[in-house]
Design a protein around this ligand. Sequence first.
Ligand code: UN1
Length: 504
Amino acid sequence: MIDPVFATLGLETENSGVLAGSQAIQATGPRLASRNPATGEVLAYAQAASPGDYEQVAEVAVKAFARWRSRPAPVRGALIRDLGDALRLQKQNLGRLVTLEAGKIRTEAEGEVQEMIDMCDYAVGLSRCLHGLTIASERPVHRLMEQWHPLGPVGIITAFNFPVAVWAWNATLAAVCGDSTIWKPSPITPLTAIAVTKIASQVAEAHECPGLFSLCLGETEIGERMVADPRLPLISATGSCRMGRRVAEVVGARLGRTLLELGGNNAVIVTPSANLDLALRAVVFAAVGTAGQRCTTLRRLIVHESIIDDLLARLGHAYKSVRIGDPADDSTLMGPLINEQAVASMMQALEQAAEQGGTIVTGGKRIDRPGWFVEPAIVRATGDMPIVAEETFAPILYVIPYRTLDEAIAIQNGVEQGLSSAIFTDRVTEAERFLSAEGSDCGIANVNLGTSGAEIGGAFGGEKATGGGREAGSDAWKAYMRRQTCTINGGSALPLAQGIRFEL
Ligand code: UN1
């Protein structure tokens, strides 16, 4: 049965997953089924793009960019203000759709929509702050300045786990920076993408810029087209390290720009001075929240050997009280995994952990009911177990003992990914050591809070195999613009830099 929210958001049983602005293109690619991970049932279908359909979308985005880039940035901001208002009106409905399609519990699903709204607010202010520097010139009556211009149509590739927020991180900044966007969402979550693009396109149309936000649903073939397309100067991609390597290779070969937000293998260090009540709550949210399917999910808990038994006992107890079930039910804390494959990867990782000497302390079983439900697992492990170095997108928490803080930091940094990290301590020297240049090597380093749930005001992203990109706040906007250094001669002489004399 079709949920009432579908009609409210303009969705039908069969949907075109290709929208050039608000205009739905008769898509001719594969037909994709969107399933409710809490039941396994098909919610609706979406038709993906063929390479020819992509071509139409790309042309629309190129044309939209040509018009949009000449609007003053604060006028561009006015469109994003209206987008924020439109999203505010649909917060519950979009949240409901995220719950249905991605299986997030209601509060997290609505939180994700809130993240889009926050991005709109942020981008509106930013539209008046896209400023460059004025730099002292070494030449008399000369002025050096930097200005930032729109870059071009931006390709946005997103994952199933944040089916709407990550689009907003990119699309709102791109729009105020003067860029049009083409979005390729995960083929697992097409419906949220269609609903959001419809809302955004209506707003863009009201501002006489149809085609500013386009959608091109597809699988690898469409992603490959986008990354190879020289009309898209920037590809912003979220996904696995494997996918990111491919994107970097293809975009690099055409000397384009990438913004990569790839895998994480995030750790929390708990020192003997830590407030364990605080640590416990943070660890459970970071490890179990979103059923362990955030790139910022806590995967490795590195605990001082003197407190590990105490913390493990408390964690085991807390895990047993996590209410698992229908994500639409307000009392639920953990919903399903996204699909059968996710359940299989979790089971496989647990088997490998056991083979490598790990002990499953609690959880780790599939729950016998329709949909893709599992018990979150805690595994007592050591830092050198190969499986611990891998990101399994599921609620598995490896708990690892340490003796010295240096050793804990070495374990924390000893993986290829470098997204998020945290320390729990009440000693300022330990916190500062963790935050120093010899401390955490991640893009995000927190003290006395978990690894997930970052605010949009900071730049979000990670180092090493996480890809190095930064999205959302701070100066992440610079990725969506091109910098121009201008020197202006206000006099009638022509002095040369570096004191060079070149007289005719
Ligand atoms: C992701 O999982 O790709 O910090 C993004 C967080 C969220 C974003 C996660 N604000 O957990």
